[in-house]
Ligand binder design. Structure first.
Ligand SMILES: NC(=O)c1ccc[n+]([C@@H]2O[C@H](COP(=O)([O-])OP(=O)(O)OC[C@H]3O[C@@H](n4cnc5c(N)ncnc54)[C@H](OP(=O)(O)O)[C@@H]3O)[C@@H](O)[C@H]2O)c1
Length: 357
């Protein structure tokens, strides 16, 4: 398949990440097709691209799935969260004729995509979940450690994102991802099994390579499944600075979970959060970091870091690089996390750097 001929659809092309991915693909000479709910806003996203872009209007997930089944694009980039709701129906519409990638970073969505491995492999298509800062920021350092020594007995990964915000509403995709994530609670892997863990549990004060100190806590991120699959370790914790780790908040969060399972309350919370206006603000720290720590039964401990700049910029670069590689036929068929699908050199292409002290 030649890249110029490969049609790459971007779902959610009017969004922050969708627009950036379109720009990056266009800069490589690829012609993305922009898919979204509103023709005028899609056209406004297409106009600045050097060769313009075709736009496809599809108001919701069933309409997107119908359009994919009808037109068979080569690659579909899904930026429409919450992925726990959108990933499986869109991936099912893609297989057997289209490859797929998404920006999901939650256990439920990652599990749904990875569960379709055999189907994707039989069809000769690639499905990638977590094509962004989450999962790559932690999958890459753990993969780098495993290239040196395998079979650790315990692994911990930490994601420390720093990102600028552009003025405007937070938006429905991100709001629903947050609100629907809370009732899920946290997760960890123990004895090789996925079990519940409190959101923000396993708090850890981490000194970053540049001297900053942050605290991370457990979150049911796709990073957890990626770290477990990459390392094979029976004990795995995935943590992030994006959750509150204070004892009081950790005590209250389990009470909010059952409430947010009630559909009317959930819809209300999504509407309110989606409308919250973000300021135009530069990122708080110069670097975003991913951290991996592996421990072996003989007591050996190794750590590795991924360093990049703005986590949002890295996300768009990862998604564009994975989409372009799939379009070129340079990805493994089946359902995978990003580094497993296209290799560790994805990090440098997306503007990241691996540090193995
Ligand atoms: N893995 C990572 O590291 C990573 C990084 C960044 C973002 N993300 C995730 O990626 C998603 C997108 O982030 P973003 O910052 O680009 O969000 P955004 O700016 O709000 O864009 C979301 C896009 O999805 C569309 N959309 C939302 N709900 C939809 C629905 N029900 N049906 C059809 N289209 C819908 C929006 O269309 P309208 O313009 O019509 O509203 C918009 O085009 C979020 O879920 C976020 O959590 C992950």
């Amino acid at each position: 398949m030649s890249d110029a001929a490969a049609e790459i659809w971007i779902l959610g092309a009017t969004g922050r990440t969708g627009r950036d991915v379109a720009r990056l693909l266009a800069a490589q000479g690829l012609s993305p097709t922009l898919v979204g709910r509103d023709r005028a806003r899609l056209q406004a996203a297409a106009d600045p691209l050097p060769a313009g872009a075709r736009v496809v209007v599809a108001p919701d997930v069933p309409a997107i799935a119908d359009a994919i089944r009808r037109e068979h694009p080569a690659v579909v980039v899904n930026t429409v969260g919450p992925f726990a709701r959108t990933a499986a129906p869109i991936l099912r519409a893609c297989l057997p004729a289209s490859s797929y990638l998404d920006l999901a970073n939650d256990v439920v969505a990652a599990d749904a995509v990875l569960a379709l491995h055999d189907e994707a492999e039989r069809a000769g298509r690639t499905a990638v979940t977590g094509a962004g800062f989450g999962v790559v920021a932690t999958e890459a350092p753990i993969a780098a450690l495993m290239a040196e020594r395998s079979a650790p007995h315990a692994v911990r990964v930490d994601a420390i994102a720093s990102l600028a915000t552009e003025a405007g509403p937070l938006g429905e995709a991100l709001a629903a991802t947050i609100v629907e994530g809370v009732p899920e609670g946290g997760r960890r892997i123990t004895g090789g099994r996925l079990v519940r863990a409190g959101v923000g549990s396993f708090p850890l004060r981490l000194t970053l390579p540049d001297g900053d100190v942050v605290t991370t806590g457990a979150w049911p991120a796709g990073d957890l499944l990626a770290a477990a699959r990459t390392s094979g370790a029976p004990e795995v914790v995935a943590a992030t600075t994006a959750v509150p780790t204070g004892r009081a908040v950790r005590a209250v969060l389990p009470l909010a979970g059952p409430l947010l399972r009630l559909a009317p309350l959930q819809r209300f919370a999504v509407r309110r959060l989606a409308a919250v206006r973000l300021p135009d603000r530069p990122r708080s720290r110069e670097h975003s970091w991913g951290h991996a720590r592996a421990e072996w039964a003989d007591g050996t401990v190794r750590e590795a870091w991924l360093r990049t700049g703005d986590a949002g910029t890295f996300t768009a670069a990862v998604a564009a690089a994975v989409a372009a590689r799939i379009a070129r036929g340079a990805a493994v068929p089946g359902a995978h996390t990003p580094v497993a699908a296209v290799g560790l050199d994805l990090v440098a292409e997306a503007g990241g750097e691996l540090l193995l002290p």
